[in-house]
Design a protein around this ligand. Structure first.
Ligand SMILES: *Cc1c(COP(=O)(O)O)cnc(C)c1O
Length: 463
């Protein structure tokens, strides 16, 4: 070893001494000696590596307490970080979809810290069934006879198929063999559930006679899948649920619909694209309807199955239900969310999903103009800022075809370089509360539809 290296090694401070450093002591008091000593050991190992490889101490060695605190901050950051969703997609799957309503948040907080009557009947002091309260609410809201709750809608479809048509044939139109992002494909789910998919009709046209002629002794289910992420236009034909339900009744075969989203209120009354409602399908005679808790419903991630009592009982008793069931946190959030639907007049104000989807464009425009004035001083040197009209999306992956007029703040690099834009986007992703925008057409767009607290954004962007 060279004397030079020896000299560098001797400069490394002892861990014991660092632990007693007045700048480190508060961190030891807060996080405990074990965690801090471990971090210091890692830092020492890194410094030794640097001496060995380059005969040099890393830059941060000039201030060990400072370097320790920086690492500690990074390490203590939770993986689930709150961000500003200015991507323009309201129900963004990668950003956790629906924001919960205040009553749902309160219900979750209460349920988390206390023992709750999850499967406990206070009257009989016996064992209740964990979906009961939520199922009762769903029956009131949809007119269904019973309901079953699982972890997400993909699980709902899997459980439904496995419990209703095990080893049997399931008839689906070729126009509805949907792939939802994240490897949910109807033909694959069928296989996993132990069902045999029978495709009928063509991509653009399927008729009632196609379903009818596919029926035989092995048919266990007639199924429709809502094509929530694409549309087939032009020379098309599909069988509606009323007709299919009649055929199912006539043949003694259950009929199911995977709605995907499925809103419990008529979206058209808010000027939003119409979405099929579970209660309409139940009224049309469909036996089972599945939909997500965190798409248009605006609740927690969950899969909801509503329908006929005898069929729901088969789902509840199936071993997969035990594997796919939800916990008290989900049930608490879902119950509180569904209660909001009992007061439809208040829904647009109380349910964040609906509130954000129904914000008028002028509101985002006014917001863009106010922010422009406040942010120009910080960015004008490198970027041209403008308030510009844009389109928001309702969902990512699941509902990308429906667009809503919105307004954005745009940042165009004065040097016209994509790398300048990418650098800005990257800098914003590393802020204490990261700002997620969208790069498009040589600009960075911040769609303001989901921004309800302008001052919070100004604070992080101007820091
Ligand atoms: C979104 C969707 C699913 C999957 O629902 P998750 O809640 O994401 O599991 C299944 N089917 C359709 C038609 C969908 O739109």
């Amino acid at each position: 070893m060279s004397t030079e290296s020896q000299q560098l090694y001797s400069q490394l401070p002892a861990i014991d001494r660092l632990l007693r450093d007045p700048a480190v002591e508060p961190a030891v008091a807060k996080y405990g000696q074990t965690l801090i000593s471990e971090l210091l050991r890692q830092m020492q190992a890194q410094a030794r590596e640097a001496i060995k490889a380059r005969q040099q101490l890393p830059e941060w060695c000039h201030n060990w307490p400072q370097a320790l605190l920086t690492r500690l901050n990074q390490q203590q950051r939770l993986a689930l970080q709150p961000v500003f969703n200015l991507s323009g997609t309201v129900l963004h799957t990668n950003l956790g979809r629906a924001l919960l309503a205040q009553p749902a948040i309160e219900a979750v907080v209460n349920a988390m810290g206390a023992a709750v009557t999850l499967e406990y009947d206070l009257e009989g002091a016996g064992r209740g069934h964990r979906d009961r309260a939520v199922a009762d609410l769903l029956c009131q809201l949809t007119g269904a006879e019973d309901a079953c709750i699982v972890n997400n809608n993909a699980a709902a479809v899997l459980l439904m198929l496995a419990a209703i048509a095990p080893g049997q044939q399931v008839v689906v139109s070729r126009g509805e063999l949907v792939e939802i992002g994240g490897a949910f494909r109807i033909p694959d789910v069928m296989r996993q559930a132990g069902c045999q998919l029978v495709e009928v009709g063509t991509t653009n046209r399927t008729h009632l006679k196609d379903y009818r002629s596919a029926i035989n002794e092995q048919t266990g289910l007639l199924m429709k899948v809502h094509t929530s992420n694409y549309s087939i236009q032009g020379f098309t034909a599909a069988v509606d649920e009323t007709e299919l339900a009649m055929l199912g009744r006539e043949q003694g075969i259950p009929v199911a619909t995977d709605l995907g989203s499925g809103s419990l209120i008529d979206m058209a009354q808010y000027g939003l694209p119409a979405e099929p409602m579970p209660q309409r399908l139940i009224a049309a005679g469909v036996d089972l309807v599945t939909f997500s808790g965190d798409k248009l419903l605006g609740g927690p991630q969950a899969g909801i199955i509503v329908g006929k009592k005898a069929l729901i009982a088969r789902l509840q008793q199936h071993p997969l239900k035990r594997a796919l069931r939800v916990g008290k946190i989900t049930l608490a959030a879902l119950e509180a969310t569904l209660r909001l639907y009992q007061q439809p007049e208040l829904l647009a104000a109380q349910l964040p999903t609906l509130r954000l989807l129904t914000r008028p464009q002028q509101e985002m425009q006014a917001s863009a103009e106010r922010l422009l004035g406040q942010l120009v001083p910080y960015f004008a040197e490198q970027f041209e800022l403008r308030a510009e009209a844009c389109w928001s999306q309702i969902g990512s992956g699941s509902l990308p075809i429906d667009r809503l007029p919105s307004y954005a703040l745009t940042f165009a690099p004065r040097d016209g370089r994509g790398s300048t834009l990418e650098h800005l986007a990257q800098r914003w992703r590393s802020l204490p509360q990261p700002v997620i925008g969208r790069v498009h057409d040589g600009k960075l767009w911040l769609d303001l539809r989901c921004l309800e607290q302008e001052s919070a954004l100004v604070e992080v962007l101007s820091a």
